[in-house]
Design a protein around this ligand. Structure first.
Ligand code: DAK
Length: 258
């Protein structure tokens, strides 16, 4: 793997762990951090020994948003040319499941990063918000779109227009996060979930992620037809034969990813 200055990386049990590492700035997402994050994600995605990826911050902050110091004096043209945060859209294109482990502040671009992931495990101290209105702008990387699809119009409007912040329990109740656990356990919980998923059939994971994401992009008829095609396609894999045979023989399947 490459060496990084703004993130830390680790591998265990077929899981690739990326830790955002600008604690003094509450993991504010500057250009360097975002580039490193994307590079690490793509490296893990291309590695056969990795099945899932976890993105973590620290207990105080997952990420407090895009780096305001870096943006404050930028012109519109400079922002357009940088366009770093739109790279989050490419997380959806990562073939392996990506889990965000969120504790503390998860704001602005930080919340948009978490929402670009496939699942969110939150600590009880996590706080989710889109505070861009406080600094005279609006969300620019999914905070009006993914957020509204997740929590609905009423709550999204309050968050985007009046800086309403959600507690972890509220975020769970509204369907933004998968589960909430005590602060001291949130990372272990995310790691365990990631390891569990990473032990599953790789091709089926890939198709399943793609199919669920498709639900937000297509008409029901098209989504159903894509889902059906992916289902039939999996019958061309050895893992489907192995999985069904293992069930019949009452033993655990051994996945090969082919
Ligand atoms: N940027 C830069 N530095 C930040 C930061 C941020 N977003 N958030 C915190 N920090 C820094 C603080 O400046 C402070 O640094 P020093 O003064 O110690 O040098 C340090 O982190 C600790 O912060 P505080 O002293 O403020 O800590 P508190 O516990 O008192 O307050 C807080 C925590 C999270 C409530 C507060 O720091 C805060 O309100 N932070 C700003 C949150 C925010 O407004 N976030 C949204 C940023 S705008 C784009 C798409 C999307 C975006 C941009 C472009 N394109 C498609 C191009 C996204 C925009 C955003 O995210």
């Amino acid at each position: 793997m490459s060496t990084y200055e703004n993130i830390l990386i680790e591998e265990f049990d077929r899981v690739g762990l990326i830790t955002l590492n600008r604690p003094k700035a509450l993991n504010a997402l500057n250009s360097a951090l975002i580039s490193e994050l994307m590079e690490a994600l793509f490296e893990f995605d291309n590695k056969d020994s990795i099945g899932t990826i976890v993105i973590n911050g620290n207990e105080r902050a997952f990420a407090a948003g895009a780096d305001i110091k870096e943006m404050a004096t930028a012109s519109a043209v400079e922002m357009l040319k940088r366009d770093h945060i739109s790279l989050f859209d490419r997380i959806q294109g990562i073939k392996k499941p990506v889990i965000a482990a969120v504790s503390g502040w998860c704001l602005g671009g930080g919340n948009e990063l978490a929402m670009s992931c496939d699942m969110i495990v939150a600590s009880e101290s996590a706080r989710f918000g889109q505070p861009e209105i406080n600094i005279g702008v609006i969300p620019g990387a999914g905070g009006t779109q993914r957020l509204t699809r997740a929590v609905g119009k009423a709550v999204a409007m309050e968050m985007v227009l009046n800086n309403r912040t959600l507690t972890a329990d509220e975020a769970c109740q509204y369907g933004l996060v998968n589960r909430v656990v005590p602060v001291e356990r949130y990372l272990d919980e995310a790691k365990q979930l990631a390891a569990e998923i990473a032990a599953r059939a790789p091709l089926a994971l890939r198709m399943g992620k793609e199919a669920v994401n498709n639900a937000f992009e297509s008409f029901l008829r098209d989504g159903l037809s894509d889902e059906r095609r992916a289902f039939y396609f999996l019958f061309a894999s050895q893992d489907q034969k192995e999985g069904m045979q293992a069930f019949l023989e009452k033993r655990n399947a051994e996945w090969k990813g082919v």
